[in-house]
Design a protein around this ligand. Structure first.
Ligand SMILES: NC(=O)c1ccc[n+]([C@@H]2O[C@H](COP(=O)([O-])OP(=O)(O)OC[C@H]3O[C@@H](n4cnc5c(N)ncnc54)[C@H](OP(=O)(O)O)[C@@H]3O)[C@@H](O)[C@H]2O)c1
Length: 229
């Protein structure tokens, strides 16, 4: 049984991955911001799974979450930095400073916060995989999503630099998950999102693939297998 830390577990890709990992017999330690979402996961997925209300953009919250988790469980085998936010779609000059900050704080600083408080335990053990969710918009750009693009291009750079810092035996990789019909996609494309793959189908294929990642993928900009990009 692997121990998997999964941020953004209540909806979309995170929720679908949780179901698959649980079916495959692994322990998921998940977080999201919304109390009701976390409470229903606690009821639906009892031990060995574990869920907490944590905003990854808030370093002190991530710090106390990690302290608690690492006191209770072994260091994670796999960390999936999946939690993400889209900006209100529009030209950059129409995006408020607060909305811009929130996107950067979740998509980019959130990964740094999780790294700061979880990764040293994996480094001490000498192995582990951390996958940072990027996007097609972390490798290309479009009008209307400049803050999101900035954050995801940042994820790619942060991931590559970090992969050069960890010792042999570790894997730090960026992932473009593809285009999947989630709340986030609907916030950009409304009902047009419905022509893309459902998260459950995506996760059935991608969860086992994520479990097979290892040191040979360190530093890579990965794309999930079989996805629309
Ligand atoms: N769907 C796609 O087509 C697509 C394409 C490219 C990349 N991605 C990336 O894939 C990841 C998942 O996307 P998705 O489509 O599944 O998004 P989603 O449906 O909007 O779900 C996002 C999840 O992240 C959580 N979350 C958001 N902000 C958080 C924070 N500050 N702290 C903790 N949890 C937070 C949300 O729960 P709460 O609201 O309860 O916190 C929710 O569970 C994101 O990084 C996204 O950028 C998605």
């Amino acid at each position: 049984m692997k121990t998997i830390v999964l941020t953004g577990v209540t909806r979309g890709l995170g929720r679908a991955l949780l179901e698959e990992f649980a079916l495959l017999g692994h322990r998921v330690i998940g977080c999201s911001r919304t109390r009701s979402g976390i409470e229903s996961l606690q009821a639906e997925f009892p031990a060995p799974h574990y869920f907490d209300i944590v905003d990854v953009a808030e370093d002190p919250q991530v710090q106390s979450w990690a302290r608690h988790i690492l006191a209770e469980f072994d260091p994670p085998d796999l960390i999936l930095n999946n939690a993400g936010l889209m900006n209100p779609v529009g030209p950059l000059w129409s995006v408020s400073a607060d909305d811009f900050r929130r996107v950067m704080a979740t998509n980019l600083e959130g990964i740094a916060n999780v790294t700061r408080h979880f990764l040293p335990s994996m480094i001490r053990r000498g192995n582990g995989v951390m996958v940072n969710f990027s996007s097609g918009w972390g490798r290309t750009t479009d009008a209307g999503v400049a803050p999101y693009c900035a954050s995801k291009w940042g994820v790619e750079g942060l991931t590559q630099a970090l992969s050069q810092e960890v010792p042999p035996g570790m894997c730090i990789a960026a992932l473009n998950p593809g285009i999947i019909d989630t709340d986030m996609l609907r916030s950009c494309w409304a009902d047009n999102a419905g022509s893309f793959e459902a998260p459950s189908r995506w996760a059935r294929r991608v969860a086992p693939w994520l479990l097979r990642l290892g040191p040979t993928e360190n530093g890579q900009a990965l794309t999930a297998p079989g996805v629309a990009t």
